[in-house]
Design a protein around this ligand. Structure first.
Ligand code: PNS
Length: 178
């Protein structure tokens, strides 16, 4: 076993907790989001899932419902080190500052996501030095988005496996035949 030279030992190596933000509107959370949250949690000490919303715009689900869906799905997956917070009318970089995170994690399903995300990542770095880490989305979930699952449910399609069962049932309740 190697020992530190006498007089130079400074105790165990420690570092400030590495905290990442996974932002989104999560209206509602999908299995694609949950895959990215789980993988972000494996790479960081803590993950803050930031539910960002505009109070002037009514979503499909109230923010409290969105938070509940995420919390229960994360817990059901047994993922540790994740908390969910709500922010209204805020820049993402201000959210990062408030929660003490210097990294944003986003999933990329393909080139269209990259084209959409890159200017935001550059802007966030320009504004506050916040870095964005892109994770390749699960190949089996490349077609899954909150807006598409809502459209499918609205016209009678089945989204089982694309969102948590609880979310599927809530979508059917809220959207079918409307
Ligand atoms: O799930 P979404 O709708 O794709 O999430 C987009 C979101 C909320 C992450 C993005 O719009 C955002 O970061 N909004 C916060 C406002 C902000 O910081 N805008 C400038 C980004 S460069």
């Amino acid at each position: 076993m190697r020992t530190a030279p006498a007089g130079r030992y400074r105790g165990p190596v420690t570092h400030a907790p590495r905290r990442a933000v996974c932002p989104g509107s999560y209206d509602p959370v999908t299995q694609g989001h949950l895959d990215v949250i789980e993988r972000a949690a494996a790479l960081h000490d803590e993950v803050v899932v930031a539910v960002l919303h505009n109070p002037a715009k009514a979503g499909t689900f109230a923010v409290a419902e969105r938070v509940g869906f995420i919390e229960r799905a994360v817990s059901a997956r047994g993922v540790r080190g994740v908390r969910v917070e709500v922010f209204a009318d805020r820049l993402l970089v201000d959210v990062c500052r408030e929660v003490g995170a210097d990294v944003v994690v986003k999933g990329l399903r393909g080139e269209a996501d990259f084209a959409y995300e890159l200017p935001m990542a550059l802007m966030n770095r320009h504004l506050a030095g916040v870095e964005t880490v892109f994770l390749p989305g699960d190949a089996g979930l490349g077609h899954v988005s909150s807006s598409l699952v809502k459209e499918v449910v609205r016209y009678g399609g089945d989204v089982t496996g694309l969102v948590p069962d609880e979310v599927r049932d809530a979508l059917v309740e809220r959207l079918r035949d409307r």
